[in-house]
Unconditional design. Structure first.
Length: 430
């Protein structure tokens, strides 16, 4: 068997925090990539997928471990590796042709050669005739094609793609995805392998030969799956649908905890909360309660009509599970009795039930309410709670968690919040 083009060995990425333990983004990540493969890094936002892609590209040095390209350690940007970013990252003052030629110009390629290779790349990805246009004159899909041409024009052996279709509308993304796979299947794509980051399960099964499923906190490879279907692939094929369903089940499965080896319980505030709004939760519970689901649904079947991707649906489902309104189990979601009661209640009943749930299952919400009740003026600064959260999580997670609790607490009328003063209070509830 040929030696791997790329190997990641024991990769770890952590960021030092002065006041508390280091924030570990990646832990003991190992993977290899061989010629002729498209491999997906699939997982939730925050699982370190994009961080790993930047490490592979040489844009970021890992805290520990090693990345080798053709057996040579990667120390900085490497010949033979090119990257397509999630954002289009085009220079608005340059034409399409000039944007595509940038990498070649930096390498000292002659003007005649640059122009020829840029023309060939633009023709390949369907932008022939747009060389003199400026980015503002192009649609989002066309701008991403320019980004793809800019990567291909240097003739890379490895193409890295960081959620390249996520900023596009559904139809445009599907068109570009299909065009890319057609070029790959026909041998017209001038690359030997592709490593892509995605949070779209169907996209991974549709495009890739192998899928590495990442777990979170810290990010690591939890499972590796081989996709057995030849190109072109049919989304409606029962085997295709079953694999999508199996991956949903894999990503919602909770690992069993052995009592003898169980870690000590986390601090009650060490619970990052997703930015999930009340309307989204209520909408999903109402959809679940109604026909054809009648309280229980297969996640892939639910995602399609609601136009949800895994990064939308799983945080929503996990939040409902946290609040005891629903349960995620082996790729399914079903309403609990409390969830059904919420759907059937009137406006005031829903508010009361949500308040009870927050106090019982969201320690931060309960703490804020208790502090306000105990203080003579029934007021408390948000900074106090943000600082306490940062003892247990990153500043970004702390800010998101606090913002989530503010929204939930206001809806439940547990407290009010003064945005200008950044202060919780009970006065406005009276």
């Amino acid at each position: 068997m040929d030696a791997p083009l790329l190997q990641v060995l024991g990769c770890r990425q952590a960021y030092h925090k002065e006041a508390s333990a280091d924030l570990v983004v990646l832990e003991d990540v190992n993977l290899s990539l061989r010629e002729g493969e498209i491999v997906a890094l699939l997982g939730r936002s925050g699982s370190g997928k994009s961080t790993l892609l930047r490490i592979v590209s040489g844009l970021l040095q890992p805290t520990a471990g090693q990345v080798t390209w053709r057996g040579i350690p990667v120390n900085g940007p490497t010949e033979g590796i090119a990257m397509v970013f999630q954002s289009f990252a085009l220079f608005p003052w340059l034409t399409v042709q000039e944007n595509v030629e940038l990498g070649l110009e930096a390498r000292g390629v002659s003007r005649v050669e640059r122009e020829k290779r840029a023309d060939d790349a633009l023709d390949l990805i369907g932008l022939g005739g747009f060389a003199s246009a400026y980015p503002k004159e192009l649609s989002g899909g066309m701008q991403q094609r320019v980004g793809l041409a800019r990567a291909l024009v240097v003739y890379p052996d490895l193409l890295l793609m960081d959620e390249p279709f996520s900023a596009l509308d559904v139809l445009t993304a599907e068109t570009l995805r299909t065009d890319l796979i057609d070029l790959w299947a026909d041998g017209k794509l001038p690359v030997k392998s592709v490593l892509m980051v995605t949070h779209n399960i169907e996209e991974a099964v549709l495009m890739c030969d192998r899928i590495l499923v990442f777990s979170s906190n810290p990010g690591r490879v939890a499972s590796e799956l081989t996709v057995p279907f030849p190109h072109p692939r049919n989304r409606l094929d029962p085997a295709f649908r079953q694999m999508v369903d199996d991956i949903y089940a894999l990503m919602t499965r909770r690992a069993p905890v052995e009592p003898k080896t169980a870690a000590p319980p986390l601090h009650p505030l060490a619970m990052p909360l997703e930015r999930v709004g009340i309307n989204l939760m209520a909408g999903l519970m109402e959809a679940l309660a109604a026909p054809p689901y009648d309280g229980r649904a297969d996640l892939p079947a639910l995602a399609a009509p609601l136009h949800y991707e895994v990064d939308d649906l799983l945080p929503l489902g996990e939040t409902l599970q946290l609040l005891r309104f629903a349960v995620l189990e082996e790729g399914d979601i079903y309403l609990t009795d409390k969830g059904r009661a919420f759907v059937q209640a009137d406006v005031d009943g829903r508010r009361t039930l949500f308040a009870e749930t927050l106090r019982a299952h969201v320690p931060l919400a309960n703490m804020i309410r208790q502090v306000l009740e105990e203080r003579w003026n029934h007021r408390a600064s948000a900074v106090r709670f943000r600082d306490e959260l940062e003892d247990h999580m990153s500043p970004d997670y702390a800010a998101d968690t606090l913002r989530t609790v503010i929204g939930w607490g206001r809806y439940a009328e547990l407290f009010s919040y003064d945005e200008e003063a950044e202060q919780f209070n009970l006065d406005d509830l009276e």
